[in-house]
Design a protein around this ligand. Structure first.
Ligand code: SF4
Length: 298
């Protein structure tokens, strides 16, 4: 027989789940997926150079609809083009350099660009400053496709990935312009720009961390207290990894990352009463909702 006391025990044991907003695709990801899906309706043989966005569920879905993803395997976008001889190639939201456009056009491929407008802006600003005689310092994550696209603009760009690498910069030019990858930590970049300003007082700083990245990181920094924070997103997703690092840096809440319900380590849930859950800008809503439903039913 279920007594009042038993019901109260069950209520006490139920896990509390806080969904940290905002979640869902950012505008750049929605734009890229709309372009791919619209193209699939009218073209055959559609190729994607690496993952169009960093999410395996989405990539598998597009694959089933007929879009062929050329796996990166540590190759550049230029090298990936060697695998395509005809058909349509779609450039990902991360953007590519002009050399990739030129090679695709020279091969006679139909080229469709799904680069996020924010990344386009970064490319255009860098090109303008180079033409105006500036030295460029670009801050990003090594081997990330967005960084590869930017560094392909010019071999003269000075690239750094952390504050310590500032020491190795040796630039003799009064005109220095610095900008960055759109999905870095808004807190790490403050420190990097401060150190750059100390070293080069005249530097022109143009912080280009995008709005979608900024507001998610602020929400994670200010998340309510909980026993566990789960960040849902692909291992390759830069903005997902930064959400993890912000949570670890600014809260005392244990933080774990998973790609979906299958990869969620269920051992981490033992003895947990309250969970906060957030996700990267390339994680579909249904993946997060599936995890929330699982947690609610524990
Ligand atoms: S995370 Fe920002 S830069 Fe990247 S696709 Fe989304 S809106 Fe664009």
């Amino acid at each position: 027989m279920i007594t009042k006391a038993v019901i109260e025990d069950l209520v006490v044991l139920r896990m509390k789940v806080n969904k940290i907003e905002p979640q869902g695709f950012c505008k750049g990801v929605i734009n890229a997926l709309n372009i791919v899906n619209d193209t699939l309706k009218i073209k055959n043989r559609i190729y994607l150079l690496g993952e169009v966005i960093h999410n395996k569920n989405v990539i598998n879905d597009l694959q089933e609809k007929g879009a062929i993803t050329i796996p990166t395997n540590n190759r550049t976008r230029l090298e990936l083009l060697d695998e395509i001889d005809k058909g349509t190639v779609i450039f990902s939201a991360h953007g590519v350099s002009n050399a990739v456009y030129e090679k695709a056009n020279a091969k006679g491929l139909d080229v469709i660009d799904a680069t996020c407008p924010m990344v386009h802006l970064v490319h255009n600003n860098i090109i303008k400053r180079i033409n105006d005689g500036y030295d460029i310092i670009y801050i990003g994550t090594k081997n990330h496709p967005e960084v590869e696209g930017v560094l392909g603009i010019s071999s003269s760009i000075h690239f750094i990935s952390n504050v310590d690498e500032i020491d190795s910069l040796n630039i003799n030019n009064d005109k220095i312009y610095s900008t960055n990858q759109t999905t870095l930590s808004i807190y790490d970049i403050e420190n990097i720009y401060k150190r750059l300003k100390d070293k080069y007082p005249n530097i022109l700083i143009d912080n280009k961390i995008c709005n979608a990245t900024t507001i998610r990181q602020e929400a994670i920094k200010n998340q309510p207290n909980a026993d566990l924070c789960i960040i849902v997103g692909d291992k390759l997703s830069s903005n997902t990894k930064k959400l993890v690092s912000v949570s670890e840096k600014f809260t005392n809440i244990k933080t774990i990352q998973c790609e979906d319900l299958n990869s969620l380590d269920k051992n981490e849930l033992k003895g947990i009463n309250t969970v906060n859950i957030s996700s990267g800008a390339s994680t579909p809503d249904y993946v997060v909702n599936e995890i929330i439903e699982y947690l609610n039913n524990l």
